[in-house]
Design a protein around this ligand. Structure first.
Ligand SMILES: Cc1ncc(COP(=O)(O)O)c(C=O)c1O
Length: 364
């Protein structure tokens, strides 16, 4: 048996364990700002929708209930400004991580194909390429890539880990380049609702894609906007031919969003109030942490959106991780996201107000 896992990078979070132990030994406990996992409650209206659908004995469908598809198309029109989104343009997925990891396989990519993603990026784009035996390639500017053999191009705006936002002009230029070279473009927009000093734009906005979804798909997740990481709720919007193909494959593979989660997603996408409330929590934490980090000698780059501050003391990232662990604060080393991050750390805004206050005090 040839181990597929041998193609994959070392699971990076294991390397952080000793620093976690140091931080946990702080007398006032650890402030864990390493993983971007939501800590605030699931909004009541979403919990109620989940519970109301608890009696779901039958199999759900991969494409989702008509109500779910209506919610997805309606939200894409309302929130992204996407025009004429039909049911054929949407597809639920079981959280976006599985999609990122298995998309190249489900597209039939393999040896000889190339999959590209940003130089500093969420590690699962590379994992997806490696799982199917394609060649992973990272870029600074995707339009400088050699398009030969390039089958899938990932964008991620706002970016994890840097919080950088691609503006309309940049997105438009990249979409045009991808179309010109026949490269399928997937835009991971899971932080779109979390713009602070920039207004993130979807690749599906008519100014960007020209009102046609040909060769373009956006990935959205409810994990961050609605505190639903535990529910596994995400979806795709875009090119009907690509989504139709994925639907066939995912039906055979049984990749169904559980029925109660589908119902919860409908409720979540129909409500903007909880999104605004959650944004306000993150905005306050961001302001407090940013000031404390800057006061402690950090410089913050980008970070105009997303759930993270991308911070540096102009020293190797593991030195910064060690220094903060001594203060009981755990952050993610920038090299988890690519060698270019080796002098940065990623500081997540996903801790309770009480823990953020503790971090601010310790940095002061
Ligand atoms: C850029 C990016 N894409 C996708 C995901 C996966 O999110 P989920 O699987 O919860 O939808 C994450 C999670 O942190 C992320 O940062």
């Amino acid at each position: 048996m040839s181990a597929v896992s041998s193609r994959l990078p070392v699971f990076p979070w294991d390397k952080l364990e000793p620093y976690k132990a140091t931080a946990a030994a702080h007398p006032d406990g650890i402030v864990d700002l390493s993983v971007g996992t939501p800590v605030d409650p699931v909004p009541d209206l979403i919990q109620r929708a989940l519970v109301a659908a608890a009696n779901s004995p039958g199999y759900p469908t991969v494409w989702g209930t008509p109500q779910l598809r209506d919610a997805l198309t309606g939200w894409a029109g309302r929130r992204l400004g996407a025009r004429d989104v039909a049911h054929a343009n949407v597809l639920p997925v079981v959280g976006s991580k599985e999609l990122v990891a298995w998309l190249p396989t489900q597209l039939g990519l393999g040896a000889g194909d190339r999959v590209a993603y940003p130089r500093l990026a969420y590690p699962t784009y590379e994992v997806g390429a490696r799982l199917c035996g394609a060649e992973p390639v990272s870029y600074e500017d995707p339009t400088e890539l050699d398009p030969a053999g390039l089958k899938l191009l990932w964008l991620n705006s706002p970016s994890n880990p840097t919080g950088r936002v691609l503006d309309k002009a940049e997105l438009t230029r990249i979409v045009a380049w991808a179309r010109e070279h026949g490269v399928l473009l997937f835009s991971d927009e899971c932080y779109l609702e979390l713009g602070w000093e920039a207004e993130p734009v979807s690749v599906l906005h008519p100014d960007v894609c020209g009102g046609s979804y040909e060769g373009v798909v956006a990935v959205h997740s409810l994990s961050k906007r609605s505190n639903l990481a535990g529910y596994r709720a995400a979806f795709l919007v875009g090119d009907a031919a690509v989504l139709g193909e994925l639907l066939q494959i995912r039906k055979h593979g049984g990749m169904m969003t559980p029925a109660p989660v589908q119902a919860a997603t409908v409720a979540a996408l129909g409500d903007d109030t909880h999104v605004a409330e959650q944004r306000a929590r993150y905005a306050a934490r961001r302001t407090a942490l940013r000031a404390a980090l800057e006061g402690h000698g950090f410089r913050i780059e980008h970070s105009e959106a997303s759930l993270y501050l991308w911070a540096t003391r102009d020293e190797p990232c593991w030195e910064t991780v060690a220094r903060l662990a001594q203060l009981g604060v755990l952050v993610a080393p920038g090299d988890f996201y690519g060698p270019a991050g080796d002098r940065f750390v990623r500081v997540a805004l996903t801790a309770t107000d009480e823990r953020v206050e503790a971090a601010v005090k310790r940095l002061g």
